[in-house]
Design a protein around this ligand. Structure first.
Ligand code: 6PG
Length: 253
């Protein structure tokens, strides 16, 4: 594991794996450790899932007994970093991907799964509703960090353009300082235009963030993020969790 920059600067820590399978196995171990530690320290584990395709294999592996049996699912609260504004059964739904590969395979209580319900209302109303749901949960459990909810672990992916969650390069959502969740429009090249996404302040209030970046098409993008640019311009390069920001990749830099 390569640390770039001093740990106390909360710079990202970069780890390269020889194969995607070894990356996934290590990520699953990391998630189990984070879950056990969070429940031991606070009584619950707030886990934000990433969308896209990369996490699918990780979720499938995490649902296997060797890992799943070590996670206190009844004390685990599942949230989503972003969602495409499609029905939950749609092929491009982040919820559907997580449900198929993980949530339908593990004993997490349905009431612990906080889905972004963007098929019921307008994107703006869906974002406001999800923000209220997060605030309501925060009032129940002490997960505040200077006015922001501090999730225990947020999983993120990165697009070839450097976006993460649904925070795209050049979007005004990157300047949001107060909202937890906003509606946004993805660029034409991204699947599904209308999106709901957590904002940078929420991502940066997390205790830990784990990025998964696999495939050579992401190599150039990630190279722009490591070593940390003085003024990181790519959205994914602007994520700095409170305790630890890890990047797991399966390509040489
Ligand atoms: C989304 C994701 C997004 C994803 C990246 C990488 O809804 O699109 O949340 O941030 O993580 O686009 O996607 P892949 O894993 O499919 O490359």
């Amino acid at each position: 594991m390569v640390s770039i920059g001093r740990k106390d600067e909360m710079n990202p820590v970069f780890r390269r794996f020889d194969t995607f399978d070894s990356l996934v196995d290590s990520a699953a171990r990391y998630i189990v450790a984070a879950a056990v530690a969070s429940v031991y320290e606070r009584g619950f584990f707030t886990f934000v899932l990433a969308g896209g395709n990369t996490p699918r294999k990780l979720y499938e592996v995490l649902s296997e007994p060797v890992f799943s049996d070590s996670i206190p699912w009844h004390r685990t609260q599942i949230f989503f970093g972003d969602e495409r504004c499609v029905p939950p059964g749609h092929d491009l739904s982040n919820y559907r991907m997580a449900h198929e590969s993980l949530l339908s395979r593990v004993p997490v209580p349905a009431m612990n799964v906080h889905r972004i319900r963007c098929e019921e209302t307008s994107p703006r109303e869906a974002a406001e509703s999800y923000e209220r749901e997060i605030h309501d949960f925060c009032r129940l459990c002490d997960m505040d960090y200077i006015g922001m909810p501090s999730f225990d672990l947020i999983l993120l992916g990165v697009g070839a353009d450097g976006h993460t969650a649904s925070l795209f390069p050049g979007a005004d959502t990157l300047d949001e300082k107060h909202r937890l969740v906003v509606d946004t429009t993805a660029p034409a090249y991204a699947p599904v235009s209308y999106r709901i996404t957590m904002t940078l302040p929420v991502l940066n209030a997390a205790r830990k963030v784990l990025f998964l970046a696999a495939g050579d098409e992401k190599k150039e993008t990630v190279a722009l993020i490591f070593p940390p640019a003085d003024s990181p311009v790519l959205p994914a390069g602007r994520v700095r969790a409170k305790e630890e920001t890890l990047w797991f990749v399966d390509f040489d830099m």
